[in-house]
Ligand binder design. Structure first.
Ligand code: AMP
Length: 280
């Protein structure tokens, strides 16, 4: 059994938060769906450096899954997660039930996401970001953190979280953290647990293609680059969902290179859906 403090209820979280307030101690917040890996740990360590306490939420949010099989297959490894957090000072876990996080009449009023919510993940996972907004709204209200840490691996999610923070008037500062990769280049993800040896190799086409696009910047047109990148990707066993070069602010597709752009990829590797991006 792990010795990490785990809070399960909104009431206990409220008490924990109040105690910090009484002692003028700051709180950093790292929301996760568990199956923790070094990507999550990098967020937790950054929060631990910058705050007196860090709260890590572990909750597989059913509202953000548009595919029931994906929800069923999502890894749930709470005991192993707690073991991984063992030894981290001033870290507390919040692992609520669905009923705790979504009480009846939770006062949530959906926001209009606009075009940023309709492209990329929004186009391929209808309802996904609406579910993300709902859970982050309820978590932010309960946790009342000084700062919250999110990975750039989920770049569009980060943009939407900045949007919702402004929209609902949360005081929490949003901190973006870089994508942590395996030595192979594969972006760390809880979903990687479901890849077999061959699929782990096959999945490297994602970072290979992203790096190819980066190297083509200003050498070829965006249109040519996308065509060549798709051809490269099609040599793999992965099924491409989208490959897009977009503006990092608006997430609108670009027809000309800019100083900064982000290339985003989503693809299926066997039964596992993977996303990654490169900002350059
Ligand atoms: P998840 O548990 O997948 O919902 O992710 C929880 C948080 O960890 C999100 O802010 C993700 O963007 C972040 N995250 C996931 N994978 C990585 C990674 N490889 N590097 C950095 N952050 C990550």
């Amino acid at each position: 059994m792990s010795k990490v403090q785990v809070i399960h209820t909104a009431e206990a979280l409220h008490q924990f938060r109040q105690k910090l307030n009484e002692n003028s101690q700051s709180l950093g917040f790292v929301p996760t769906m568990g199956a923790l890996h070094n990507g999550h740990i990098s967020l937790i360590k950054k929060s631990a450096e910058e705050n007196d306490y860090t709260l890590i939420s572990i909750f597989v949010n059913p509202k953000q899954f548009n595919n029931s099989e994906d929800l069923k297959q999502y890894p749930r490894t709470l005991e192993a997660d707690l073991m991984l957090l063992e030894g981290l000072q001033h870290c507390v876990v919040f692992a609520p039930t669905e009923a705790e996080l979504y009480p009846k009449n939770d006062g949530f009023v959906p926001m209009e996401l606009g075009s940023i919510g309709r492209v990329l993940e929004g186009a391929f996972r209808p309802g996904h970001f609406e579910g993300v907004v709902h859970v982050v709204h309820n978590l932010f209200r309960l946790v009342d953190a000084n700062q919250a840490y999110f990975g750039q691996k989920d770049f569009q999610q980060l943009a939407i979280i900045r949007l919702l923070t402004r929209y609902y008037g949360f005081k929490t500062r949003i901190i973006a953290c870089p994508t942590i990769r395996e030595a192979s280049g594969l972006a760390m993800s809880s979903r990687n647990m479901r890849l077999n040896e061959k699929e782990l190799q096959d999945a490297l086409i994602i970072i290979e293609t992203l790096r190819y696009v980066e190297a083509a910047k200003n050498q070829r047109s965006i249109e040519e680059t996308i065509m060549a990148a798709r051809t490269l990707f099609s040599t793999s066993d992965l099924a491409l969902e989208y490959l897009a070069i977009v503006d990092p602010e608006t997430l609108c597709e670009l027809s000309e290179w800019q100083e900064k752009q982000i290339c985003c990829i989503a693809a299926h590797c066997g039964s596992v859906r993977l996303i990654d991006n490169l900002l350059f």
